[in-house]
Design a binder for this molecule. Structure first.
Ligand SMILES: [Zn+2]
Length: 131
């Protein structure tokens, strides 16, 4: 149960664009990804490209499936409604891009927590109230 809670917490932090490890530091500065947490020092993406798997599984595949569903389910029978749905979807995707990046970073972080690598520097867990 404890590890499950940890996953939920890390994911929620990622969605809020916060460091999945401590929940304090920010993941992004404007539209650019930060390299490490300003609060606990966690390196967000260990190697460039490490998050591609989570980006594809958690992001590209569902989006592709939704677009295909709308296209075949709606656009063909009700073109105006279908195209409207696609436009709304694209706007939503654009709007939530940082949150989805954050979720990808959180999933990447969790994979490093559950399958630790001695060469991978995850900072010690934050302890006590910080100030
Ligand atoms: Zn942190």
């Amino acid at each position: 149960m404890a590890s499950g809670m940890k996953s939920v917490t890390a994911l929620r932090r990622g969605l809020r664009n916060r460091c999945p490890h401590c929940g304090e530091g920010r993941l992004f500065s404007g539209w650019s990804e930060l390299e490490r947490c300003s609060s606990c020092g966690l390196v967000f993406v260990r190697n460039p490209g490490d998050t591609w798997f989570f980006t594809i599984i958690g992001d590209r595949l569902p989006i592709g499936a939704i677009i295909v569903l709308i296209y075949f389910g709606v656009v063909r029978s009700r073109p105006v409604l279908g195209v409207t749905m696609l436009v709304v979807l694209v706007a939503l995707l654009f709007w939530t891009t940082p949150n989805r990046w954050g979720a990808g970073i959180a999933l990447h972080y969790l994979s490093r927590v559950y399958w630790p690598d001695p060469a991978d520097p995850i900072p010690p867990p934050p302890t006590g109230p910080r100030q």
